[in-house]
Design a protein around this ligand. Structure first.
Ligand code: ADP
Ligand code: MG
Ligand code: MG
Length: 211
């Protein structure tokens, strides 16, 4: 039933809020080295806005699709910044995979993650190697689609999240090409992309929560 699915998604968004609050200072520190230092704040505000919107949607009796669309809109509005717009679009696209009047399956969860990552690629236009969250999100998706065999979404997400973390760490070796970091160029060398790190942290949390 979609309301039960909506309640579980609301729970995930509350966990995202907690992770972003916990990691806010570190994500800000990383972003300050080659960017403008606001990534921790953007993720904290965005995820808190999304969790609040999810609570309000649940109180309204909303289904999973509506909850995710409202949460995505709130994430963009609350965060501001590039990553806020991308996470907001990802949640809205993921919501489009769920229904308001029926339940979900492990396959639905994997399809929703695929749709969210597609939205980031479409809206942001970044490619692998541009030193953005795409450097973690694309390897995540490749591993997820390979590891998921139809029944255990949590195990596949956990494996994909480990791939994403390794890929995020490896962005330390590349020079930023997109986003605000491009202005400062080589200063990003030796530091991973903050958006790739936050992506991998949230996917690790999701995999752990679903298991
Ligand atoms: P801003 O860059 O507006 O200050 P944030 O600091 O919150 O926003 O987010 C920066 C992160 O956004 C980067 O570390 C990168 O991962 C991600 N990002 C920036 N531009 C793009 C893009 N075109 N596509 C995908 N991700 C991007
Ligand atoms: Mg920033
Ligand atoms: Mg900024």
């Amino acid at each position: 039933e979609s309301r039960a699915v909506a309640a579980r998604i609301g729970g995930v968004l509350e966990l995202f809020e907690a992770v972003c609050a916990r990691e806010e200072a570190e994500l800000g520190r990383i972003d300050a080295i080659a960017g403008d230092g606001d990534h921790g704040q953007g993720m904290a505000y965005g995820s808190a806005g999304a969790a609040n919107a999810a609570r309000a949607a649940l109180a309204d009796g909303a289904g999973a699709r509506t909850l995710l669309v409202r949460a995505g809109e709130a994430w963009s509005e609350s965060a501001g910044g590039t990553s806020g717009a991308l996470w907001g679009a990802a949640l809205i696209a993921a919501g489009g995979v769920f229904a308001d009047d029926s339940g979900s399956s492990p396959r639905t969860v994997v399809d929703a993650l695929d749709a969210g990552i597609d939205a980031v690629l479409r809206l942001g236009g970044a490619a692998v190697g541009d030193k953005t969250m795409v450097d973690a999100a694309l390897p995540f998706r490749t591993t997820l689609d390979r590891a998921f065999t139809g029944d255990d979404a949590a195990a596949a997400i956990q494996e994909a999240a480990r791939t994403a973390r390794a890929a995020a760490d490896a962005t330390a070796d590349i020079t930023a090409a997109l986003g605000r970091a491009r202005v400062l160029g080589d200063r990003s060398l030796g530091t991973p992309d903050p958006g790739a790190i936050s992506f991998s942290l949230l996917m690790a949390e999701l995999g752990e929560h679903l298991s």
